[in-house]
Ligand binder design. Structure first.
Ligand code: CAA
Length: 267
């Protein structure tokens, strides 16, 4: 029988973290949201408030349910100690391995031994993050997609030491959030980014080589392949910095896929 996850910590309230906090609170979980300072905390709060107002305007959420959702998120802290009682903590801080390792090392000393840790990393090694703690078997990847309240997919990333019970609890949590989880081993880019980013990188190369305009590249994939947005618009949604970091990590881990073009050896 899995452990009941009722109280959740979210560390990092950028676009992804704020979206994740909203999804968790919308589905009845109590959320402790943590950021590095009050300004970042307030930006996260504004992001969730904007998104819930939009949901009310679209008739997807009643004003009453929105108020209850907002009430379930506690923002009044920049202190990790407030996560001591969390059953589950997910981080969505910047994509730097040393930052994530340091965060989980600190959380390891604060949270109960039973607490499950999840990283929303897009491509870093969950294994390398997990071994910064004394509980690698209770650390998983839980990778949401942007915009988190809309996209149905979450990738649940298991390492070779992930406890099967923990995996089952996290898959059940994802379903409770109305998401469709897929489970994958710890490989850079997991499933979706491993496939998506070669395509996005190629679109950027086409544009750079002036084969076609930005509008026509995007139109080709929207109208010819039925995608909701073209690759260059999608890179903008993801953010150039994030896209670069993901490609760089995937390249460093595999040395394949998105390698720079080789020069012809013939002279
Ligand atoms: N927050 C909450 N809801 C949002 C939203 C946001 N940021 N953006 C859009 N929505 C909602 C809208 O309210 C709308 O809801 P209804 O249909 O109920 O009215 C719905 O999404 C569609 O939005 P719009 O009508 O405004 O616009 P659209 O039809 O063009 O859809 C989109 C916008 C959902 C972003 C769509 O274009 C899309 O699915 N694009 C592809 C996104 C994608 O591929 N994401 C994955 C990126 S890769 C990634 O995230 C992984 C990584 O590690 C980087």
């Amino acid at each position: 029988m899995g452990r009941e996850i009722a109280t959740v910590g979210v560390v990092g309230l950028g676009t992804m973290g704020a979206g994740i906090a909203e999804v968790l609170a919308r589905n009845g979980l109590r959320v402790h949201a943590v950021e590095v300072d009050d300004a970042a905390l307030n930006r996260g709060r504004a992001h969730v408030a904007h998104s819930t107002r939009r949901a009310i305007a679209k008739g997807k959420l009643t004003a009453e349910d929105a108020a209850a959702l907002l009430d379930r998120i506690q923002y009044n802290t920049v202190d990790l100690a407030d996560l001591a009682a969390a059953d589950f903590v997910i981080e969505a801080i910047p994509e730097r391995l040393e930052l994530k390792r340091e965060l989980f090392k600190r959380l390891d000393g604060i949270c109960s031994d039973e607490t499950i840790f999840a990283t929303n990393t897009s491509s870093l090694s969950v294994t390398e993050i997990s071994v910064a703690t004394s509980r690698p078997s209770r650390v998983v990847g839980l990778h949401f997609f942007n915009p988190a309240p809309v996209m149905k997919l979450v990738e649940v990333v298991r390492t070779v030491v992930t406890d099967p019970g923990v995996l089952a609890d996290v898959e059940a949590l994802a379903e409770r959030l109305g998401k469709s989880p897929v489970t994958i081993g710890d490989k850079a880019g997991f499933i979706a980014n491993a496939l998506l980013f070669g395509y996005l990188n190629h679109a950027a190369s086409l544009y750079e080589a002036k084969y076609a305009t930005r509008e026509d590249i995007d139109a080709a994939m929207r109208l010819g392949c039925g995608l909701p947005m073209g690759p260059l618009a999608l890179i903008d949604l993801i953010g150039l910095d994030t896209a670069y970091e993901i490609l760089d990590t995937m390249y460093k881990q595999s040395r394949t896929g998105c390698t720079p073009r080789r020069r012809s050896s013939s002279r």
